[in-house]
Design a protein. Sequence first.
Length: 372
Amino acid sequence: MPEGEISDKKLVKRIVDLAIDAILLLDSKGKVAYCICRPSFNLCSELMGKPLLDLWLPELRREGERIIHAAMHGRMLRGIISGWKSSSHEPAVVSLSLAPLDEENPERGVIVIVRDITREVEAEKRVSRYIHELMEYVKHVEKSNQLKDTFADIMRHDLLNPLSAIKSVVSTGNVEESGIELIKKSVERIEKIVSSFSKYALLHSLEELDFQEDNLAKMLDEVVDTLAPVAEDKGIRIVKKYPAEIKARFSPFLEEAVANLLSNAIKFSPPRGEVTLEVLVDEPYLTIMVKDQGIGVPDRYKRSIFERFVRGKKAGIQGSGLGLAIVKRIAELHSGEVWVEDNVVEYQDNSGRVYQKKQGSVFVLRIPRSVE
């Protein structure tokens, strides 16, 4: 052998050490007739004279049969990912490339190039897991920043007015009944704003709620009873349109959502008007509707009215504070949705002809009934 030359066997071994984990030669029956493996992937002693198919994991054996059969019939296969037993008898992920030894006579045998990619696959899984954790952290940070922005917005638009009123009374020394009453109302408004923000922040920190099976109608009755004095002060009649028994699974937070919608309806309906609380049971959903006779919501605000962060675009629109944003979040946590429509009512003229006209809004809260 000329100086500097090395044997074919050493050359093949060097190639295996540098680039791959094993080179196998299969005979016409699919048995291993020749094998060179890296020490870390040393299966040669176990494989010689045995069917290569014995290496496949039981659940992937039929896949192995198809791969070997295709190569035995002249097909060249590259980058086939499969599962094998390894030298430690633990599952291994391998990348296989197979080709007939003789293209003209493929049945003579098959050469198989093997790469153990178990570590790469595990590393990829870890990276995917880290990316998922990072994305969850980013969502948490974004949510925190949104809450900070919301609180800053509240400070600018909601808290400054009642605080300024209190400051005005204190600075002028007006301790008469009118001044004390102004301070009292301002403090109540501040308390309400802070309470709303606390609920909003709590709901956005939750991923799911605790549900219980109960009579929804009973909960609705309690909401109506609580708000009845407010409605009576304006001469507004609350009409209930739902059965006495509605079995459903819902969270106690749903009461907060209905109360927000009904309170808004009373607030923005004219004196001596009518507000309707209606429930449609349409399996497998419950549709809760609150109808008012107020000024209505223009079409361009029907979506954004439920978003706290676009408040500046909906100035003067009813329910533009945190109340409707809270309702939306409660609906989401119930796997439901909330939207607003025009309240279309029918009336007859003196001749008996029926007409339709828009009169107020209908806020619709739709959630799964979830009762088996």
